[in-house]
Design a protein around this ligand. Sequence first.
Ligand SMILES: [Zn+2]
Length: 498
Amino acid sequence: MPKEEINNLALRRALFYPAAEIYSNAPGGFWEFADAGEKIRRKIVDLWRKELVEKEGFIEISGAQILPEDVFKASGHIASFSDPVVQCKKCSSLHRADSLLSEKTKEVVPESLATTELDRMIKAHGIECPKCKGKDFAEVKKFNMMMKVDIGATGNQVSYLRPETCQSIFLDFKRIYRTMANSLPLGIAQAGSSFRNEIAPRNTLLRQREFGQMEIEIFFNPHRINEIENFSEIENFKLNLFLLKEKGVKKISCKEAAEKKIVSGKLVAYFLARAQQFYSKLNIPDEKMRFRQLAKDERAFYASETWDFEVETDLGWIELMACNYRTDHDLKGHGKQSKQDMVVTDNNEKVLPHVFELSAGIDRAFYVALDLAFKKEKRGPEERIFLNLPARISPYLAGIFPLVKKDGLLEKAMEIFRQLNSFDFDVLFEEKASIGKRYAKIDEIGVPFAITIDYDSLKDNSVTLRERNSMQQKRVKIDSLPEILWHLKTGKKSFEQA
Ligand SMILES: [Zn+2]
């Protein structure tokens, strides 16, 4: 869907909106989420936790958001975490050199290119300033994207807001290994905010300065990258791989990808499969998803192999997860800087573990889920908008509506609301506005079902159950609601069957 449609819906229903919006001078790139938006976003994280963390027996942490400078010296962020920035000489506006070039050429321009090469390309392609159309630019400079924080009264303990959630995972590795694991592979996960001083935040949730990440670092013995439990479960699963120098996606089984060394080993194939399966559960169609293999100059400075999981939307292919083989880059760096030994004993072998990482964006997944779920349809003279979200990430499972507020209907509806709530269903009670407006509201925020309590309900103890997508309705007994809703929520039965 066009981004204007998504943005209008987001503002109309307060799914997301700019931070500090009542102040005209608030910096861009910060967003807030209310009610339905907050719930959808949280449920995406819950689904990730269930599918990629808990099912794998991984350990989740909640680390500090501010970390000392030494951490980022060791990680390489102080030296290398920068974007190429170019300034227009006419209007003084700042731009990302790689973005200007890729918008003009419609090709990926690696941010890691040498600044002199970017200078040359800007001239060769006749790049114009997006603000004033000027063609005279100063030399490209590298701009470090970390946000500095001064700690303590003297302000001399330099620290930074974390630019990725995974650094705490590397710092905590030894303690977690010692107290909870004592064997490899060991997966440690964290979901939370990260911060990057983007020069040009844009496309609302797609390029922010504060953004949500869900990261998993899998520590493993590099000599045993092909020894992975449960590989047989996915060996025939087809990965959507978009290989370097290929024109399109090839469907390649995990087994073949590992045997032909298309990926570094079975462990990598296994987790790519799990990631692809996770995104399918967000209702991303198979033909709109791919893992794009990144060339050396496109990869992050710490990665020896990268697969970007991308989804096709109205804004083009959007990266939702970077799958990086980080080797021993991080543990080696922190071991050296902190003078701590990061070597562990695995299977009677002393080893500095390697890391395979699944680094996913929360807000990007949220935006893409909205983009793919957005439906607009003509119903006679009327137009209807609804979000076709899967029940697992919809903000509520059902809306509960008394037809009117009088004659005991309000009380009856409240009784049903309380009962369903006690069964742990996410239900929304709404008694204001006409029934049509209430349906329109829950359609727009993606609630799949509505339960309406009318005068007959008082006589026969039944209610009207309505499905969002088909707008079909049926009468069901109040007593059977918990069971029916459970079947619908888990997908065990369709609306017709329930
Ligand atoms: Zn300009």
